[in-house]
Design a protein. Structure first.
Length: 327
């Protein structure tokens, strides 16, 4: 008759144990909640320190016979110009802004031009900040980079043009463009250099930041790019110029790629992207860690590109404040 009483005593003991442990677990709930809220930001902190953790965007000087070879600033002296474009006031600008769900380039070039002007002056580069009047109203503004570069190659006879979108900032002005070019090409012989130097992100080659050489091949390439009218897109976050560039690159023969095009091994060499704690970014971090690592913006990188971000002015001001603080 005593056997049925045992389960009740066991249940009573379990209830007493639960009452003793429950306050302790309640105390842990705020800490667990805080950890859950901060977890998405933890990768951002680590990625921002990628260079101090061993990542190398700019490779070390090459060695010859055991001696370090100095990276030349300009040997021979190259004529280089930085080219960028403002699409403010362009006829298609307001339509494009509405299609971009709040993404706007208004005021962006005004916020970044001083940064680029200072860098160009410090290193003796030309700088062409083209006004909105340079934008072809028949296409989304980003297509007009092709016209701008084509005109500069024809009129100014630069050795190299360095195109960068308006939403970019030089964040390490101590790195000269010659050093970046040398690190990709491997030599300083202009006549034997490729004609187009690009970076790759998750979607392939990126049309926002690249180098193009003053050559007949480059002129023909820009003409072909401009004539890919079937890629033009309105009313979305995509304009089609990047897709057209990818199409061209994908359809080059291996021989033409080898002779004329180079893709930097590390995107962060001159086209880093800020990392944000979004579901998309977390997915890429987990499943495409190598690509994230190669392209994420870290302290010490040459240039940050706010590609795909809506609050561009906010991001630009944030990075500029950080740079002033670091000085």
């Amino acid at each position: 008759m005593a056997a049925p009483a045992r389960p009740r005593r066991a249940a009573s003991s379990s209830a007493r144990l639960l009452r003793r442990l429950l306050p302790r677990h309640l105390l842990l709930l705020p800490a667990a909640l805080l950890l859950f809220l901060l977890l998405p930001y933890t990768p951002g902190v680590l990625l921002r320190r990628a260079n101090s953790l061993g990542r190398r965007c700019l490779p070390p000087p090459r060695a010859a016979a055991g001696d370090l070879v100095l990276l030349p600033r300009a040997a021979p002296l190259l004529k280089i110009a930085i080219v960028t474009l403002s699409d403010e006031g362009a006829a298609s600008g307001s339509d494009q802004d509405r299609g971009r769900r709040g993404r706007s380039f208004r005021g962006v070039l005004a916020a970044t031009a001083r940064n680029k002007r200072s860098y160009a002056a410090a290193h003796g580069y030309g700088l062409a900040v083209l006004p909105a009047a340079s934008v072809d109203p028949r296409r989304p503004p980003s297509w007009s980079k092709v016209l701008a570069l084509r005109a500069h190659l024809h009129l100014h006879h630069h050795h190299w043009l360095f195109w960068n979108d308006a939403d970019t900032l030089v964040t390490n002005p101590d790195i000269p463009l010659e050093m970046i070019l040398f690190s990709v090409i491997g030599h300083s012989d202009f006549d034997a250099a490729p004609d187009l130097i690009l970076t790759e992100d998750f979607n392939g080659v990126n049309a926002g930041v690249f180098f193009i050489r003053g050559s007949k091949w480059s002129e023909k390439f820009l003409d072909t790019w401009w004539n890919l009218t079937s890629f033009i897109q309105f009313g979305s976050t995509k304009s089609g110029d990047n897709a057209a560039l990818k199409h061209l690159i994908d359809h080059f023969s291996p021989e033409e790629m080898q002779e004329h095009v180079r893709i930097a091994k590390m995107q962060c060499l001159f086209n880093s992207y800020p990392w944000r704690p979004t579901w998309k970014s977390m997915h890429r971090l987990i499943f495409h860690l190598s690509t994230t690592w190669k392209g994420v913006y870290s302290d010490g990188d040459f240039m940050v590109h706010f590609a795909g971000l809506d609050d561009k002015i906010g991001w630009i001001n944030k990075i500029l404040r950080e740079r002033r603080f670091l000085r």
